[in-house]
Design a binder for this molecule. Structure first.
Ligand SMILES: Cc1cc2nc3c(=O)[nH]c(=O)nc-3n(C[C@H](O)[C@H](O)[C@H](O)COP(=O)(O)OP(=O)(O)OC[C@H]3O[C@@H](n4cnc5c(N)ncnc54)[C@H](O)[C@@H]3O)c2cc1C
Ligand SMILES: Cc1cc2nc3c(=O)[nH]c(=O)nc-3n(C[C@H](O)[C@H](O)[C@H](O)COP(=O)(O)O)c2cc1C
Length: 751
C-alpha cells in the first residue's frame, strides 16, 4: 500500500508513524512544503487524558514527549490585579518545534519517507492508494474540492496573536486586563524552561480602538509589553510570525473523497481556549490508523467512511464545547465586574464540560469559596456559607422563594372549557409539595380563542378563577412553594388538537378562527390567522388585564406573561411572523410595540407588591434568515425592565418550523446570560438543565438568578426534596404527613 500525507504537521506526521508501525511494508511518504527546521507557534498543550491516548498509540514517542514536557495542575486567573488559583486540573505543555522533531526522528526510524520543501496542490501530483490531506487550516486540497467537502469557515469575532514569553509560570494562566481601549485577555502557559506560550486576544472593536489594525509585528510586541508591563515584571514577549489573526471554526460536510481523507486542522478546528488543535490532530491520526487496523487496507474508501462515521461524534462534541468556550471569551467584557472568585468559577465552567460537581472533585476549595460567595452576596449573612446556590433563597418584590428551583410551565391539555380540575390540583400540588421554590402553571389563556388546544386552561371566567383559587390555596396551605400563573394567548398557533391526538390544527367542528400579527400561517397547512386590527389588539389587551385581575383574585404570588414559543406576543416580536407595515411591524421598535402595550397594561393592573415575569424566545435560531436574534432580545429585555417587569424567563424557538435549534445540556443558558448582563435584569433560565448540579453551575457562575426545569419535574415531582437530600441539606419543609420518610443526617453528619 502506498500512503501519501500532504502536510507534515502533527496530524500528517503522527499518522505516518502509526501507519508505518501498524503496516511495516506500506510505503509512507510525507510531503511538507517547509524545511524541517521551520515551525511557527510556541508550545502545545495536552491534558492528562490525551497523554493516556498517546501512550497506547505509540509508546516511544510518548516517552520522549514525557521527557520534554512541563507539567502543571493549576489554573491561575488574573482579573485585573486579583488572582485566583484553581488546583487539580492536570495539563502539560511542550514546544511545538520539539514535538515535530520527536515525530521526525521516530518517522525516520520507522522508515517513513519525509520530503521537505515538497509542496502539493493537486492529487494528480501523487501516486498513492491513500491520500491523507493534513495540510492545515488553509488546506489547498479542501479548497480545490470544496464542492465535495462542503467546508464552512466561521470567522469569529475576536482578534488574537500568538506570542511567547520569558515570564516564569507554573500554571495555565489567564489574564483579563481593562485598558482605555477595552479588555485584553491572555491565555498563557509554560512549555519549556524559560519560555511560555502567550496568546493575546481582544474584540475587534478593542483591537481597532487600540490602533492594532495598523500594527506590524514589532508594534504589536511593543504594545503588548506596554499594557502588561506591570505583570511581566521586566520579562519579555517574543514574536514568531506573530501577526493578528481571526480564528475560523472549520467544519466540513464530509472528510472523505474516494481515497482521500482530510484530518487535523484541514478537516476541523477547535478554538485554542479549550486545548490545542494539536491534540485533535493527533487523535484523528490515532482513530484513522485504528480504522485501517480494524477494517483493513483492501477497500480504502470503505475504511475511510468507517473512520468518518466513528470519529464524527467525538469531533462534534469537542467543537461544540469549543464554540461555547470561544463565545465566552468573545463576551468576557460583560463579566469584568464580577467578584474574582465568581469570575473564576464562571471561566472554569464556561464550556459546560466542567460543572459544579466536576469542579468540586478537582478543586473543592474553589467550589467552597464560590459557594460561600454566592450565599453571602445573594442571600446575606443569614444564609449558611455552605448552602449550595440552588438553595439560596430569592426575593422578588414581596415574593420570597425558599430556593431557586422552579417548575417550568407545562401544558397538561386536560381542562374542559378552560377549567383546571383535579388533575391540575394533583399535578401542581405534588410539585409544590416536592419542594421547588416556585411552581408556574401551564400556559393559561386570557380568552377562549387564545387556547392552544381545547384542553388548555383559561382564566377568562369567574368559574375558572375559582378553580384556580382552590389550587393556589392548596399550594399555600400544604407547601413552602410559591405559585405563579402563566398567562398567554396562542395567536396563530391556537386551535390545535392535544398532543396525543396528533398535535395538529383542528379540522373538525371544534376548530375556531385564529389571530396573529399578519395573515401568515405558522406552516403550510396550518390555520391562516386573521391579521389583527386595532380593535382586536385592544380586545386582547383588555382580556390580559381582566385575566391578571382574576389571577390576583385567585391569590397567585406572581404572574408570567407568555411571550415565547411563537404564540401571539412572540409572533409580534419576530420579523418571520410579523409582516405588518403599520407601526406594529417593521423595525424592532415596531415589533415590540404591541407586546409592550400588553405588558404595561398588565403591570398596571397587577399589584405592585407582586412580581411580573415575561417568558420570551430569545432567538428564532435563524439569524442568517432574518429571525429574531439574541441581540434584539437584549433590547426587548431592557424595555421590559423599564416597564417594571422583574424577571425574564429565557426560552427560545417555537416561532418557525425552520428553526435549527442546537440542543444540548443547558443550551439556552447563553441567551439568559446575555440578557442578564446586557439588560441588567434578573433572569430565569430553562432548557435541558438536568438537576441540581447544572442548576448550581449556572447560578454560581452568575448566568441566571432562577433555574426552571420542566421534564425533570415530570419525571420527579419531588426533585427539589431529593436534590436537597443529595447534598446533605436536611431543613427542607417536608409535609407533616410524610415526615417518616424525610432524610436525616447520617451519624456524624451535621444537620
Ligand atoms: C500561527 C499559529 C500558531 C499556532 N500555535 C500553536 C501552538 O503554539 N500550540 C498549539 O497547540 N497549536 C497551535 N496552533 C494550532 C495548531 O497549529 C493546529 O491546530 C495543529 O497544528 C493542527 O495540526 P495539523 O497537522 O492538522 O496542521 P498544521 O500543524 O497546520 O500542519 C500542516 C502542515 O502542512 C504544511 N502544508 C500546508 N500546505 C501544504 C502544501 N500545499 N503542501 C505541503 N505541505 C503543506 C504546513 O507547512 C504545515 O506544516 C497554531 C496555529 C497557528 C495558525
Ligand atoms: C409537556 C410540556 C408542556 C409544556 N408546556 C409549556 C407551557 O405551557 N408554557 C411554556 O412556556 N412552556 C411549556 N413547555 C416548555 C417548558 O416549560 C420548558 O421550557 C422546556 O420543556 C425546556 O425545559 P426542560 O428541558 O427542563 O424540559 C412545556 C414543556 C413540556 C415538556
Amino acid at each position: 500500500m502506498k500512503i501519501a500525507c500532504l502536510g507534515g504537521g502533527p496530524a500528517g506526521l503522527y499518522f505516518a508513524i502509526l501507519m508505518k508501525k501498524a503496516f511495516p511494508t506500506a510505503e509512507v511518504v510525507v510531503h511538507e512544503r517547509n524545511r524541517a527546521e521551520d515551525t511557527f507557534g510556541f508550545g502545545v498543550v495536552f491534558s492528562d487524558e490525551t497523554l493516556g491516548n498517546f501512550e497506547l498509540a505509540d509508546e516511544p514517542t510518548y516517552r520522549e514527549i514525557r521527557q520534554l514536557f512541563r507539567y502543571w495542575g493549576d489554573i491561575e486567573t488574573h482579573l485585573g490585579d486579583a488572582v485566583v488559583r484553581s488546583t487539580g486540573h492536570g495539563f502539560c505543555g511542550m514546544s511545538r518545534k520539539k514535538l515535530l522533531q520527536v515525530f521526525h526522528r521516530r518517522a525516520l526510524e520507522l522508515g517513513v519517507d519525509l520530503r521537505f520543501e515538497s509542496e502539493v496542490h493537486d492529487e494528480s501530483q501523487i501516486n498513492a492508494d491513500l491520500i491523507v490531506v493534513s495540510d492545515g487550516i488553509n488546506s489547498a486540497l479542501r479548497t480545490k474540492h470544496a464542492a465535495h467537502f462542503q467546508p464552512s469557515l466561521d470567522w469569529r469575532k475576536c482578534k488574537f496573536t500568538w506570542l511567547g514569553t520569558t515570564l516564569p509560570m507554573d500554571a495555565f494562566t489567564f489574564w483579563f486586563e481593562r485598558t482605555e481601549h477595552g479588555v485584553f485577555q491572555v491565555h498563557a502557559y509554560p512549555f519549556e524552561e524559560g519560555l511560555g506560550t502567550f496568546i493575546v486576544e481582544c474584540t475587534e472593536d478593542t483591537w481597532r480602538k487600540a490602533g492594532l489594525d495598523q500594527a506590524d509585528e514589532a508594534a504589536t510586541l511593543a504594545f503588548c509589553e506596554r499594557i502588561f508591563a506591570h505583570k511581566l515584571g521586566g520579562h519579555r514577549l517574543v514574536a514568531n510570525r506573530s501577526i493578528w489573526r481571526t480564528f475560523p471554526t472549520v467544519r466540513c460536510g464530509t472528510w472523505v473523497k474516494d481515497r482521500m481523507v482530510l484530518i487535523g486542522d484541514a478537516a476541523h478546528t477547535a478554538h485554542f481556549s479549550i486545548g490545542s488543535g494539536t491534540k485533535l490532530a493527533m487523535e484523528d491520526a490515532i482513530a484513522l490508523c485504528e480504522a485501517f487496523v480494524r477494517h483493513g487496507c483492501d477497500d480504502v474508501p470503505a475504511t475511510l467512511r468507517a473512520y468518518e462515521e466513528g470519529r464524527k461524534v467525538d469531533v462534534l462534541k469537542l467543537q461544540k464545547a469549543a464554540q461555547t468556550s470561544l463565545e465566552w471569551f468573545e463576551n468576557s467584557e460583560r463579566y469584568m465586574d464580577q467578584d474574582p472568585v465568581e469570575f473564576t468559577f464562571n471561566l472554569m465552567t464556561r464550556s459546560k464540560r466542567i460543572t459544579y460537581e466536576n469542579l468540586k472533585k478537582r478543586d473543592p476549595e474553589l467550589v467552597r469559596r464560590a459557594t460561600a460567595h454566592y450565599a453571602l452576596s445573594r442571600g446575606g449573612a443569614r444564609v449558611a456559607a455552605a448552602e449550595v446556590p440552588a438553595f439560596v433563597p430569592y426575593q422578588l418584590r414581596d415574593m420570597h422563594l425558599a430556593n431557586r428551583i422552579v417548575v417550568s410551565p407545562m401544558c397538561q391539555y386536560s381542562a374542559v372549557d378552560g377549567l383546571p380540575d383535579d388533575w391540575h390540583l394533583v399535578h401542581l400540588g405534588s410539585r409544590a409539595v416536592g419542594g421547588a421554590g416556585l411552581v408556574i402553571t401551564e400556559a393559561t389563556s386570557a380568552s377562549a380563542d387564545g387556547r392552544i388546544t381545547p384542553g388548555c386552561t383559561g382564566i377568562w371566567t369567574e368559574a375558572q378563577a375559582a378553580a384556580w383559587t382552590r389550587i393556589v390555596r392548596f399550594v399555600h396551605q400544604h407547601s413552602g412553594s410559591k405559585i405563579a400563573l402563566q398567562l398567554g394567548h396562542a395567536g396563530r398557533k391556537a386551535s390545535c388538537s392535544v398532543p396525543w391526538e396528533g398535535d395538529a390544527p383542528l379540522t373538525d367542528a371544534r376548530a375556531w378562527p385564529t389571530i396573529g400579527p399578519s395573515a401568515e400561517p405558522f406552516r403550510a397547512g396550518w390555520h391562516t390567522p386573521k391579521a389583527m386590527t386595532r380593535a382586536d389588539m385592544e380586545r386582547v389587551r383588555a382580556d390580559f388585564v381582566a385575566a391578571a385581575q382574576r389571577a390576583e383574585q385567585a391569590g397567585f404570588d406572581a404572574l408570567e406573561i407568555h411571550a415565547a414559543h411563537g404564540y401571539l406576543l412572540s409572533s409580534f416580536l419576530s420579523p418571520l411572523s410579523n409582516r405588518r407595515t403599520d407601526e406594529y411591524g417593521g423595525s424592532l421598535e415596531g415589533r415590540m410595540r404591541y407586546p409592550l402595550e400588553v405588558v404595561r397594561a398588565v403591570r398596571a393592573a397587577w399589584p405592585t407588591a407582586k412580581p411580573l415575569f415575561v417568558r420570551i424566545s430569545a432567538s428564532d435560531w435563524l439569524d442568517s434568515q432574518g429571525g429574531f436574534t439574541c441581540e434584539e432580545a437584549v433590547v426587548f429585555a431592557r424595555e421590559l425592565k423599564h416597564a417594571e417587569v422583574d424577571c425574564i424567563d429565557v426560552s427560545s424557538g417555537g416561532n418557525s418550523p425552520l428553526s435549527r435549534i442546537d440542543y444540548g445540556r443547558m443550551y439556552q443558558v447563553p441567551f439568559a446570560d446575555a440578557i442578564r448582563h446586557g439588560a441588567q435584569i434578573a433572569v430565569q433560565c430553562v432548557g435541558a438543565v438536568q438537576g441540581l448540579d447544572h442548576a448550581n453551575t449556572v447560578l454560581a457562575a452568575g448566568r441566571a438568578d432562577l433555574v426552571a426545569m420542566a421534564r425533570p419535574h415530570l419525571a420527579d415531582p419531588y426533585l427539589a426534596l431529593h436534590a436537597a437530600a443529595e447534598v446533605g441539606k436536611y431543613d427542607m419543609p417536608w409535609p407533616k404527613q410524610y415526615l417518616a420518610a424525610k432524610p436525616r443526617p447520617k451519624a456524624g453528619e451535621p444537620d
